[in-house]
Design a protein around this ligand. Structure first.
Ligand SMILES: Cc1ncc(COP(=O)(O)O)c(C=O)c1O
Length: 488
């Protein structure tokens, strides 16, 4: 991070400096947290999980925040993003998405939303009372990957809802595909709407010339990102920033404060600053290395596995650059006739976890923290696990239901969330309106959401996914023998 009043490039900012100073402190503290960093004297086992814990209040700053360290760090981040407003969060992009939804409009206002949204945005719609006009996702013909939103799809949605207050996109998609944000921003702005991008998986964007710019640089009015996903933040670290031309600064502040803890972990906040500082100073070098490792991994996998599918940016041309994140490694196993779930199981047995696996593909997350050794091991483990679990005849990829959701909307998310409900056996659920949110996780896209009509197809596909080992999150019964529906 750089800018007026900022420390020299790469030097620790106010939060990381305060973290270091507080860790060196020997005087006793009479503030929370209750463990006071001294619990090791009573129970050494507990010290591990608590080792890095320091609060903001009374840790990184005085209990009354007299030094303004967080404010200063957030201002530096705002300058980096070219934003008027920036907040660091300790509740992941989940909390930041809730906050933004509370800032976009008033209950009953319409917003245009990509249906490939994460469940946290859906919760934001419930909290805010915003009414979604859905833009359904589409799939890439050659790879089956879920695509971003096209300009023509957004124009159609704008024509259906010219009164909408804002457009909400999830970009990049879970498997690295992108929307042409600059063009979508022009369309949204031309229709008088703000553009908000949930960029949870794009914390590295804008830090290397081969990567897309971050959403604000491409014309969006607000973005949210999980610094803990593809950045270097502590788990739960996130950031939200916005320009205030089309958004109200006071509402952004209130939305953030309303959804955020009053006791944020200083260790998480300091890690956000540390991640941004390092990426600004050395992002090009470190991300350049990571991008090279991903390219090399694709080459080695191709060599070892033959007809495996390895989507890259060359398959996703766009008007202003490729519509695919070159850091995203996606390994499509359908052409090998291998089963991604079995491959994942075999890799887990040897202690190697990948972020996402379904029948047809694996999506390991490679970041700038990886090196030749870790990525080399990843490639060897994938090749070994494919060989151990066996291949079969090539089959066409069948994108999971998460990327093909076409909801039949019966009532608004908020209305359904607060409606009377009852529990019914799955055999009696088709045709009823869901009172609950059901999302295979990852990717956490609601396949069924409050207010949407349940179909026999939903039940068949979701129950089969549960039987196949997918984690069906948030459902009252994760095996969907029972569902909560809105009372008639
Ligand atoms: C698109 C998207 N948005 C938001 C989130 C929530 O992020 P977090 O886990 O940081 O709360 C996720 C999590 O996977 C996500 O994929």
């Amino acid at each position: 991070m750089s800018g007026e009043g900022a420390p020299p490039e790469g030097a620790p900012g106010p939060l990381v400096s305060a973290f270091r100073a507080a860790r060196g402190r020997t005087a006793p503290q009479f503030t929370i947290p209750g463990h006071k960093g001294r619990i090791g004297e009573i129970e050494p086992e507990l010290m591990g999980p608590l080792a890095a814990d320091l609060p903001l209040h009374g840790g990184l700053d005085t209990p009354k925040l007299a030094r303004g360290n967080l404010l200063e760090s957030e201002r530096m981040a705002a300058r980096h993003f070219g934003a008027d407003w920036c907040r660091f969060g300790v509740g992941g992009s989940t909390q930041a998405n809730l906050a933004l939804c509370l800032a976009l409009g008033r209950p009953g206002d319409r917003v245009i939303v990509s249906r490939a949204l994460h469940r946290s945005l859906f919760s934001g719609l419930v909290l805010s009372g915003l009414e979604p006009v859905w833009v359904p996702p589409s799939a890439h013909r050659a790879t089956g990957l879920p695509l971003g939103i096209t300009p023509s799809a957004l124009r159609r949605a704008v024509a259906r809802a010219p009164d909408a207050r804002a457009v909400i996109l999830t970009d990049p998609g879970y498997l690295g595909t992108l929307s042409p944000i600059s063009e979508l921003a022009r369309i949204a702005h031309g229709a008088g709407m703000a553009l908000f991008v949930d960029q949870a998986w794009g914390a590295h964007f804008g830090f290397h010339p081969a990567l897309p710019g971050h959403a604000l640089a491409l014309g969006a009015d607000a973005l949210v990102t999980s610094v803990h996903k593809t950045g270097l933040g502590h788990t739960q670290a996130s950031l939200a920033c916005a320009r205030t031309g089309r958004l109200d600064l006071a509402r952004l502040e209130r939305g953030f404060d309303a959804t955020h803890t009053t006791s944020p972990a200083g260790s998480v906040l300091a890690s956000i600053e540390g991640s941004l500082t390092l990426m600004a100073a050395r992002g090009e070098e470190l991300l350049g290395r990571a991008l090279g490792l991903v390219r090399e991994a694709r080459r080695q996998l191709q060599e070892a596995l033959g007809p495996v599918g390895l989507p890259d940016e060359s398959q996703f041309p766009g008007p202003e650059g490729p519509l695919f994140d070159p850091l995203r490694l996606v390994v499509q196993l359908a052409p090998l006739g291998a089963d991604g779930r079995a491959v994942e199981g075999e890799m887990l047995r040897r202690g190697v976890a990948v972020e996402y696996a379904d029948r047809d593909l694996l999506a390991p997350v490679v970041t700038l923290a990886d090196d030749r050794d870790t990525v080399g091991r990843l490639v060897r483990e994938i090749v070994r696990a494919v060989s151990a679990t066996g291949r079969g005849p090539a089959r066409p990829a069948r994108p999971p239901i998460s990327w093909r959701v076409r909801p039949e909307v019966a009532m608004s998310p908020r209305e359904a969330f607060f409606a009377g409900h009852e529990r019914v056996a799955w055999q009696r659920a088709a045709g009823r309106v869901s009172a609950e949110l059901v999302a295979p996780y990852p990717p956490g896209i609601p396949v069924l959401a409050p207010g949407e009509r349940i179909s026999a197809h939903h039940l068949r596909v979701l129950r089969a996914a549960a039987r196949g080992g997918a984690r069906i999150a948030y459902a009252t019964d994760p095996f969907l023998s029972w569902l909560d529906v809105v009372s008639d």
